[in-house]
Design a protein. Sequence first.
Length: 133
Amino acid sequence: MNRKLILIIVGVILAFAILYGVVGWQIGERSKEIIEMGMKSSDQQRQYANYMTEEVYQQLHPVPRGMTNYSGSYQPEHHDYGIIGFPIHLFGVASVKVSNYYNDGSLGFNEEVHLRIRWKGGKWIATDVNIKA
């Protein structure tokens, strides 16, 4: 192969890797926002439809899951979210794991949330969730 072709191939691979990383980072940030919206009560935040389906909200929010001691209002100082690993994504579909930590002194949990999200209407929307306590 000639040198010019090798440089083009390496450049294309490098550009793809950088683009994949940037999109993965954006997916990770959006995933943390999705988890945060899922922790807010529907009265406090009716905009969760911009982040997830109704089914995902019902599986994510602590009260429908039976955690009746969960505070009625969202208090950010009691929450912490983090990405586990790197989001895997391909053509508008992604899978990401997020740690969801909550502790208010009387109730606490630390769970791994596996989100499946899709690119819909110009934004990433959670369509499925699996929670490991």
